[in-house]
Design a protein around this ligand. Structure first.
Ligand SMILES: Cc1cc2nc3c(=O)[nH]c(=O)nc-3n(C[C@H](O)[C@H](O)[C@H](O)COP(=O)(O)OP(=O)(O)OC[C@H]3O[C@@H](n4cnc5c(N)ncnc54)[C@H](O)[C@@H]3O)c2cc1C
Length: 164
């Protein structure tokens, strides 16, 4: 159990660090406005990851974890303020969700979604190289199993990719 907590902590800390580096890279290279989703994301992710890691450390230490013998309880209280002080999580999530929905509205994604073209790998982020591998895997599965469904396959995607 404690090894699981340690492993999860390692994974989540690295995920948070990479997302933070990505947000910083976007701010430097594309600008703060274009990086607003990622800026809001790291403000949600980093304190929540820190809280989960500290919480597991408290649990691993048992009663000692909530005593003044260890700094863990004080660390938890200190980090907990960050889910409010730099704007509540809910507000950051709202910013992210609104920007996601706006991006899809502007890109004609309604038509894209109802056309079934999403299965063909079109869509607002189709040009993102990081998504290419996933898309190719989906296409492989679809082309293998689509005939068995008896449905008409979706038309080849024609929707433009959405700029960041
Ligand atoms: C330790 C600390 C340091 C701070 N430092 C600074 C600082 O340096 N500069 C500064 O300007 N401010 C600072 N603040 C203030 C901080 O920005 C506000 O506390 C924070 O924005 C939340 O506002 P509020 O306390 O009025 O709570 P409220 O706005 O009443 O929010 C209470 C809760 O309501 C919910 N909520 C609020 N708005 C929404 C929404 N739009 N959608 C969904 N749910 C919502 C959330 O769950 C939220 O946690 C600090 C606060 C703390 C605790």
């Amino acid at each position: 159990m404690i090894q699981t907590w340690i492993a999860e902590g390692r994974i989540e800390i690295d995920q948070a660090r990479l997302l933070t580096l990505y947000a910083a890279w976007l701010m430097d290279n594309v600008g703060n406005k274009a990086a607003r989703t990622e800026i809001s994301a790291i403000k949600v992710v980093a304190p929540n990851v820190a809280l989960r890691v500290i919480d597991n450390a408290i649990q691993a230490h048992g009663g000692g974890g909530v005593s003044d013998d260890f700094p863990l309880a004080a660390m938890y209280a200190g980090i907990r303020t960050l889910r409010i002080a730099d704007g509540p999580d809910e507000v950051h999530r709202m910013v992210i969700a609104r920007r996601e929905l706006r991006r899809y509205a502007e890109s004609g994604a309604d038509a894209w979604a109802s056309s079934g073209a999403w299965l063909m790998g079109a869509g607002p982020r189709a040009a993102d190289p990081a998504r290419r591998l996933g898309r190719e895997s989906v296409l492989r599965v679809v082309s293998r199993y689509w005939p068995a469904t008896g449905c008409t396959p979706p038309a080849a995607p024609t929707f433009p990719t959405h700029p960041r």
